[in-house]
Design a protein. Structure first.
Length: 418
């Protein structure tokens, strides 16, 4: 069976297996994320603790991603990914048991979120560098990244909405239990894959390899610009999610179902963006897509901050989600296309660190600003800064094109990201 252009990466058997497992697992992951945010605010009524739990779940990524990148370049990536999925499942079952027996409190919730962050610090660089090997043809890499983004955000659409209803009728324990079970979809798909063992590679001191990866990324203007732009936008822009329980409960006077709708709204726009990116056949023009996506995201967040109408707010979150995926998935695609294979794990670790590692500090900052100046003002400021960063990247594009031209020619990509 030949898949249409928008799904061309599914022609690869390994990617089909991975894709199917991801659909199930990511829905469970978003259910857990929504349940934890709701539960911490239900227990504490504290905007600051919303920031703390976001910080706890993501700060290990900032410090462990480089190690994850080194491991991904040294050892069998498939085996590493199996291990992280098994550990993640165990963590979710532990949260389900504590919530079911009524033992869950702020300390347990923050502590277990920290544990999941530690696992993710290894998992994300490994996953980012491994997906490319699931696709049989290099020209399908961009499509695989777009499909990953689409399924991630489809799960963002479905998972929070399901979580809202499960929390109301069953409780947070139900979300954690479903998440734990959902990991088996990925684990099974990984065990039935057929992936060639990686070629042996010279191993040096980890700090030497880490420094080599950093120098390679920082010394090449296109990679450096993408990492800096992605990190700044993630730091100031992606922390909006931790304030959604506050908006659901205090601004819109709703319950967990309102939270589910707010969390899912960004997923609608994100799925549309993922669909658009999946139709693209090359990286030509992705520089403009990255910049435009950042500007759209900033406008969406600013508008949401000023809105007091739930229908309009859902629309603005859709716009923000659309722009966010254009920017992040576009950045990921360009990086995967231009990075050298023996440094892929370390460069994708830097990308993970820039995107996910900056978020916990942004979570703390936006939680503090929301406490001092109110949540709507915090999100309006966040959107304005995102817009400014995206404009700055747009102004760098001529220099980025010039620096990338020799590499694009060498790779046979006659057009550079413009």
């Amino acid at each position: 069976m030949a898949w249409p252009r928008a799904l061309v990466a599914l022609n690869s058997r390994n990617y089909r297996l991975f894709f199917a497992g991801q659909i199930v697992s990511l829905i469970g992951t978003w259910m857990t994320s929504t349940a934890s945010l709701w539960l911490i605010y239900h227990l504490s009524s504290s905007a600051f603790l919303l920031g703390v739990i976001g910080f706890a779940s993501q700060v290990p990524i900032a410090f462990l991603s480089p190690l994850g990148g080194i491991l991904a370049d040294r050892f069998d990536r498939l085996t590493l990914l199996k291990l992280t999925q098994i550990l993640s499942a165990a963590q979710s079952f532990t949260m389900a048991a504590l919530a079911y027996w009524g033992w869950m409190n702020e300390s347990w919730l923050i502590g277990l979120s920290l544990v999941q962050g530690i696992v993710n610090g290894i998992d994300m660089p490994v996953r980012q560098s491994l997906v490319v090997s699931f696709v049989e043809k290099r020209e399908h890499v961009g499509n695989s990244i777009a499909l990953n983004s689409a399924v991630f955000n489809l799960a963002r659409l479905i998972g929070p909405a399901l979580a809202g209803f499960i929390i109301v009728y069953v409780g947070a324990a139900g979300c954690y239990l479903v998440d734990g079970i959902s990991y088996f979809a990925v684990i099974i798909s990984l065990y039935v894959m057929r992936v060639d063992a990686p070629p042996p590679r010279e191993r040096r001191h980890p700090l030497t390899e880490m420094r080599e990866g950093f120098n390679y990324a920082w010394g090449f203007h296109p990679i450096r610009a993408i990492l800096v732009t992605s990190g700044l936008i993630s730091f100031v822009g992606f922390s909006y999610a931790i304030l959604m329980p506050l908006f659901a409960k205090d601004v819109f006077r709703g319950d967990a179902r309102t939270l589910g709708c707010l969390m899912a709204a960004t997923g609608v726009g994100a799925v549309i963006a993922g669909g658009y990116l999946s139709m693209r056949t090359s990286i030509k023009g992705l520089g403009n897509v990255i910049a435009t996506g950042g500007m759209i995201m900033g406008i969406g967040l600013m508008s949401f901050g000023f809105s007091r109408s739930l229908p309009l707010s859902l629309l603005f979150l859709m716009i923000a989600g659309f722009g966010a995926v254009l920017m992040m998935a576009g950045s990921n695609t360009v990086l995967q296309a231009i990075v050298e294979e023996d440094k892929r794990g370390r460069v994708m670790a830097l990308f993970t660190m820039a995107v996910m590692g900056s978020m916990p500090f942004g979570n703390l900052l936006i939680g503090w600003i929301a406490k001092v100046l109110t949540a709507p003002i915090a999100l309006s400021i966040s959107g304005a800064v995102v817009f400014i960063v995206a404009v700055s990247f747009f102004r760098q594009l001529p220099k980025i094109r010039e620096a990338a031209r020799p590499l694009m020619s060498k790779l046979g990509l006659l057009e550079i990201p413009s």
